[in-house]
Structures are given as C-alpha cells and as structure tokens.
Design a binder for this molecule. Sequence first.
Ligand code: ADP
Ligand code: ADP
Length: 239
Amino acid sequence: PWALSLTDVSVTYPNGTQALKNVTVHIEPGEIVSIVGLSGSGKSTLIRTINGLVPVTSGTVTAGGHDVTRARGRALRELRGHVGMIFQGFNLADRVSVLDNVLVGRFAHTPTIRTVLGLNRAADRELALRALDSVGMLEKVWTRAGALSGGQKQRVAIARALSQEPSVMLADEPVASLDPPTAHAVMNDLARTSSERGLTVLINIHLMDLARQYTQRMIGLRDGELVYDGSAAEATDAD
Ligand code: ADP
Ligand code: ADP
C-alpha cells in the first residue's frame, strides 16, 4: 500500500473558487481515513488531487513517493492505475453484466487492444471473481448491473476498484445514496477490505457517525481549510 502526502496544497478553480487552502496531510500506508465537512468544504477536490483529476494551484501531492502534481501523460495514467476510485453514482454500465463491469474497470487506465476487444485472460477473470467474492457478490456475476439494488451496485463498484489491485483506494461519498443499513454494510466492507489487504483508504463522507464508527482517523475540512486531523472515534460534531 501507498503513503499519501499533501504538502501546503491549494486549489483555485478557473472561476476563482478557492476549494483548498494550504492543506497539509500525511497518510501512512494502510491507514483508513475519513474526510468530513459540509457540502462545498473541499472534500471531493482533495480526493481528486490524489489521482491528478484536479490539478493543484500550489503545493505538492505525492502518492507512493510519486509526485502526482508533476506527472503527465503516460506517467499519470500509470499512477492512476494504482488508485482505485469509488464514486457516489456507482459509474457502472447498467446494461452489461456485473462481471463485465468489474473486468472493464481493471483496465480503465491502461486499455490495450485485447482488453478493449474483451479478450480477457483467465487470470483477469479470476481476479475479478475473487474481488466479487470478497464483497459477497459472486452469485450475481451474470446479472445486468442495472438490475441490482443501490447497495449491490456499490459493492460491485468496490469489487471493480479492488480487482485493479490498487495501492490506494479513494471513495467519494460512497454511501451518500444508500439507506442506513446498506450504508453500514458498505462502510463495513471498505473497513474490512482495508484491514485485510493493508490497503490505504480515503473516504469522503458527510455522515459523522459512520466516519467515527468505520475509520480510524478523521480529517475535517471547512471552507477549504483543514480544521481537524486526529482520532475518528474522539471527533465531535463541533470539530
Ligand atoms: P465537497 O466535496 O466537500 O462538497 P468540493 O470539493 O466539491 O466540496 O467543492 C469545493 C468548492 O469548490 C465548492 O465551492 C464548489 O462549488 C467548488 N467547485 C468544485 N468543483 C468545481 C469546478 N469544477 N469548478 C469550479 N468550482 C468548483
Ligand atoms: P444491449 O442491452 O442492447 O444488448 P449492449 O450490451 O450492446 O446493449 O451495450 C449497451 C451499452 O453498454 C453500450 O453503450 C455499450 O457501449 C456499453 N457496453 C457494452 N459492453 C460493455 C462492457 N463490457 N463494459 C462497459 N460498457 C459496455
């Protein structure tokens, strides 16, 4: 797993919005960290600086010792191949099978002619199936993704990210659209995966209770500034 490091990072969008202001955070390999804060506080921007989806205005971001802020082209694609990403909206292709969705995710960052044509090797299928098994979705491999419930879709999205064998996992509001029991189950999956694989995991979440319960460390943002960095269990709403 990778260490992650943001040093004095500021992000100003082209329209002038200052989304992050001089944020410094160091995350050790294997840590599971929640990022909390009100809507618009910069959580999503922070997570996107780590895979280079949002360029930083100043400061440095490193992932596994690689300087993300200066990576371009092929180097950036290779970095992204190590970063598993889970979104709120699942990003699944509804009309194709669960297995195909997971297989496609594995090569999203480094497509080859073989993978675009769907000529997956047995080893790729095995990784995909193992990942689906680890989130309890093995019996749904042939189901169209569109026929799944929200919680099942999010589990497939986790499996897709896991089958990539990432060095770090970024989850942007992974439970925002789920009912409470399902949200608990998905957070539990993420926490278990992190501890079993020793995977570094960063989760944006606006629900403090879930953050306290399923992550060790919490980072609090307010208007783009870091206002809390410490134990998740001991964080209060006022922080
Ligand atoms: P959060 O994830 O905590 O809701 P965001 O990182 O999405 O916060 O947004 C932080 C601030 O940056 C907000 O004011 C938001 O409106 C603004 N913002 C986000 N994305 C963009 C963008 N692409 N262009 C301009 N402003 C943006
Ligand atoms: P249909 O439901 O009519 O059989 P298709 O399966 O041909 O539709 O494709 C539906 C959509 O899914 C298309 O937009 C196609 O580009 C996309 N698609 C097809 N195969 C895959 C795949 N393996 N992974 C992701 N998207 C796919």
